[in-house]
Design a protein around this ligand. Structure first.
Ligand code: UT7
Length: 324
């Protein structure tokens, strides 16, 4: 293994222009702004236009991340996209994005690990940069058009989700102990019925496949697995909770985030959340929140940052970062 580290050189996000408020949802299904805000913490979400596909969102976030990194497309050696809402079965969203961005003919592929997908993608990219000889910079994108798999007549799910894309530009550096330090990931596929979506390309063209969820089961499992991931991550890096300056969790539900913080005895002032304005955007959730936290100067040089996610599968993970 090479010495050195992998740093986050640039970050970018993109939110579609159209906003769907709780009040508007209340005119579509039997719900209320009060119920949604008190049970989830969400006030609004962004929804892509009918002609705006997932790769369009990814394209915008990627351009913003490249600009933030002060790099050009020719500098990118590897592209990984995490998504569950690509507009077609194949080619991959990454292949579409490679051409759209005008990247060189670099290795480009998608992964599907639902809401934890961005952390899975970061882990893969960081190892390739750290150990491979062919890569110096990677573009890692989480992009979702969840509005395309939401059942707009199901009040138990349609109030939760939104569309967004977020991207990181990662770079190998010979410097030691900085950037992405460690990641814990896991999966348990024994109860897929608790959160799933059927085929995107049904054989019966009249059948639309929507996301289905057992909210309470997902709620309990998410707190359990995110807490365990963080505890394991801190333990094996010999860190205490008080060493962590900023926790950026997957943005599913404010009550999940508060319960997680409480179960870890971690102060909410050190937890970044933006789900009030964007809702749950699956694998776009963490990079979008991270980009907003960075703009808001939520963390500083030398800070330890923990990212944590949980999603359908189930899948989960936590990543430890030392900001350069
Ligand atoms: O990204 C990972 C995936 N997702 C998550 O992490 C989400 C995890 N789960 C949750 O966030 C929560 O379970 C929900 C927000 C989905 C639901 O909150 P809850 O407190 O678990 O509510 P519940 O499912 O126990 O439902 C309570 C009541 C029910 O009515 P009854 O049976 O008590 O009369 C529901 O029918 O609330 C009703 N309900 C609603 N009422 C108004 C469910 N959805 C709505 C709604 N508006 N949108």
């Amino acid at each position: 293994m090479k010495q050195g580290s992998v740093i986050i050189r640039g970050v970018g996000s993109y939110l579609p222009r159209k906003i769907l408020t709780n009040h508007e949802l209340a005119s579509m299904v039997d719900t209320s702004d009060e119920w949604i805000r008190t049970r989830t913490g969400i006030s609004q979400r962004h929804i892509a236009d009918a002609n705006e596909v997932c790769s369009d969102l990814a394209h915008m976030a990627s351009k913003n991340a490249l600009a933030d990194a002060h790099l050009q497309t020719k500098d990118i050696d590897l592209l990984i996209v995490s998504t569950i809402t690509h507009n077609m079965v194949f080619p991959s969203l990454a292949a579409i994005l490679q051409a759209k961005l005008g990247l060189r003919n670099v290795m480009s592929f998608d992964i599907n690990a639902t809401c934890s997908g961005f952390l899975y993608a970061l882990e893969i990219a960081a190892h390739l940069l750290q150990n491979g000889n062919s890569y110096r910079c990677a573009l890692v994108v989480g992009s979702e058009k969840l509005s395309s798999i939401v059942d707009w007549e199901d009040r138990s799910t349609c109030v939760l989700f939104g569309d967004a894309s977020g991207a990181f530009v990662l770079e190998y550096t010979p410097a030691e102990h900085v950037g992405i330090l460690d990641t814990v990931l896991g999966a348990d596929g024994s109860s897929p019925e608790k959160l799933y979506c059927g085929a995107l390309q049904p054989t019966d063209v009249n059948t639309k496949h929507f996301m289905k969820m057992n909210g309470q089961e997902v709620f309990k499992n998410s707190i359990y697995w995110m807490r365990k991931s963080i505890e394991e991550l801190l333990k094996r890096n010999h860190l205490k909770k008080t060493d962590v300056a900023c926790l950026i969790p997957h943005q599913a539900n404010l009550r999940i985030i508060q319960s997680l913080a409480q179960s870890l005895d971690f102060p909410m002032e050190h937890v970044f959340y933006n789900l009030d304005t964007v809702g749950n955007t699956s694998s776009a959730s963490i990079p979008v929140a991270f980009a907003q936290a960075k703009s808001a100067h939520y963390f500083h040089s030398g800070d330890y940052i923990v990212l944590v996610a949980f999603g359908g599968g189930f899948t989960w993970g936590a990543t430890l970062i030392k900001w350069p």
